[in-house]
Design a protein around this ligand. Structure first.
Ligand code: ATP
Length: 254
């Protein structure tokens, strides 16, 4: 990354434990404005926990989280609310409310944020559905949608407040390759057409090489490697190359 690139989020020496389990063990990392950063690593390595620190959903035991120059590590909930509005999060499994229509699901963060102007709400919902290429689907119920469509509705909800940054927790999980490709195009469109910064946790290697500007590999609660996808592909580090090729070390019969 060029030295003059602006930083959107920076974390410094983060530590986080849950009970006796030390999950983040001194993580320092930067997310640059306008980039797509992919977090990779084995299950349980702390990727989702790190991402939740970026948006203040978890607070560190020690270390700092700085969003656009503001240290949010010890912020009150009220001030944190303002910072969170800069970011949208697409949670694992989509997590839509089944009893609400698509339109009500997408409008939810706006209403929670105190927006009262119904015309504005409807306009933002409708634009968000257009961005995820599901125009005019407000009245549908989540149960009427395929898995891929649910993910796109979850994405529409994450971007309804026009955040500067979207955090994606395993957006490809459970999707067929073609639907995963649609999600990848949406991610890149958000970046190129709307200037959004994307941070993505995924295990889908094909997507990583399509969408990442930078890759950060976490291992056992620490940043093991950071670099460009081409460098990752060319890496001879067995840890990285076994991961990207899905090799466990056990041999297969020819
Ligand atoms: N709120 C929580 N309370 C207790 N333990 C937690 C909590 N959140 C995460 N953990 C634990 O922290 C560890 C790291 O979890 P995390 O979800 O960050 O892993 P990950 O790298 O995203 O892995 P995966 O690819 O499986 O999602 C796990 O062992 C998990 O059980």
């Amino acid at each position: 990354m060029p030295a003059d690139k602006e930083i959107f989020v920076e974390v410094r020496n983060l530590h986080k434990s849950f009970g006796a389990q030390h999950v983040l063990k001194g993580v320092s990392a930067k997310v640059y404005k306008g980039e797509t950063l992919v977090l990779l690593g084995g299950s349980g390595g702390g990727k989702s926990v790190l991402m939740k620190h970026f948006i203040g959903l978890l607070s560190p035991d020690s270390g700092e989280v700085i969003v656009e120059g503001e240290n949010i590590s010890k912020m009150s909930e009220r001030r944190l609310g303002k910072v969170r509005r800069k970011m949208g999060m697409m949670f694992q499994n989509g997590a839509l409310f089944d009893s609400m229509t698509v339109g009500q699901n997408i409008a939810f963060p706006l209403r929670m944020g105190g927006e009262k102007d119904e015309a504005k709400i409807q306009e933002l919902v409708s634009e968000s559905l257009e961005i995820v290429r599901l125009p005019n689907q407000e009245a549908k119920m989540p149960s009427d949608l395929s898995g891929g469509m649910r993910k796109r509705v979850a994405l529409a909800r994450a971007i309804v407040d026009r955040p500067a940054c979207v955090l994606f927790d395993e957006p490809h999980a459970g999707l067929d390759p073609i639907t995963a490709d649609t999600i990848d195009h949406l991610v890149k469109d958000l970046q190129s057409d709307h200037g959004m910064t994307n941070v993505i946790v995924t295990h889908e290697m094909r997507s990583v090489f399509r969408i990442a500007d930078r890759v950060m590999f976490l291992k056992e609660g620490q940043v093991y490697w950071v670099g460009a996808p081409e460098e990752l592909k060319a890496s001879e580090d067995p840890e990285l190359s076994n991961f990207i090729h899905g090799r466990s070390g056990e041999e297969w019969d020819e």
